[in-house]
Design a protein around this ligand. Structure first.
Ligand SMILES: N[C@@H](CCC(=O)N[C@@H](CS)C(=O)NCC(=O)O)C(=O)O
Length: 237
């Protein structure tokens, strides 16, 4: 019997949920596994120690969310995630890249910039890394993660000098999305496009932490509805 696709990922990984949202929209049978649940399967197929990793029904491993989606899309072209109009299709591809490369700074910066978010996020990450740990072990693991990650924000270019620019850019993007998403369920109309999956993954993950969540919930009600819609996206066209 043919296997389903397997997506090895994490809820806290914007690139993983991006790929999962794509599979859900396309209605492609798949299983969502954590790295711990995948065990050997992850070791066998991962060339880099990153998620997501997708293992195809014929047992080939794929990494890197953009080529993963492009490859699966070529095997499952309908309904297409590319707008019919070539200019819109180009803008969608450009936004997909923007989300992966710049949007990632929002969620990573907000995750580790303030104590309230550091604590919330490190607790969730600890629960993924040590699913069977006691309460005290979880606290210790969360503290260790927090200590390590706070020193790593430079990795996405976050620093005292750039913090304001990154936060302004998050709020500017929400301000642009608001009127746009007031009139359409997805960025390019009735169905989600390449750009939706990538941008959503970053904003959905940012929305999991208290500071950016408060911004989205108080300033961006249409974006909030899109964030919720993209968790299980439907073709409404
Ligand atoms: N360009 C890659 C980025 C993948 C990536 O950076 N994954 C992060 C999580 S979002 C990761 O696996 N970090 C190491 C870890 O979680 O152990 C993609 O689009 O899939």
């Amino acid at each position: 019997m043919a296997q389903d696709y397997r997506i090895i990922g994490a809820e806290e990984s914007p690139y993983s949920v991006k790929v999962r949202s794509y599979f859900r929209y396309k209605d492609i049978p798949h299983r969502w596994l954590s790295r711990a649940e995948a065990g050997e399967l992850y070791q066998q197929h991962a060339k880099l120690p990153l998620v997501p990793l997708v293992v195809t029904p014929d047992d080939k491993g794929m990494q890197d969310s953009t080529p993963i989606i492009e490859t699966v899309e070529s095997d499952h072209p309908e309904p297409s995630i590319h707008p019919d109009d070539p200019v819109s299709a180009f803008v969608s591809t450009l936004l997909e890249e923007f989300a992966d490369e710049w949007g990632n700074k929002w969620m990573f910066h907000y995750r580790w910039a303030r104590e309230v978010d550091q604590r919330a996020c490190s607790k969730r990450l600890a629960a993924i890394m040590a699913p069977n740990a006691s309460e005290q072990e979880l606290i210790d693991t969360a503290d260790a993660i927090r200590e390590r990650m706070v020193d790593r924000v430079w990795f996405v270019g976050s620093s005292q000098q750039t913090a304001q620019q990154i936060e302004d850019s998050f709020k500017d993007t929400l301000a642009w999305l608001e009127p746009h998403l007031a009139e359409r369920p997805y960025l390019f109309g009735a169905r989600p496009a390449f750009a939706d999956f990538a941008l959503w993954g970053q904003i959905y993950n940012a929305h999991r932490d208290p500071t950016p969540r408060a911004i989205v919930e108080t300033q961006a009600p249409n974006t909030l509805r899109w964030v919720q819609r993209m968790l299980e996206p439907q073709n409404e066209g």
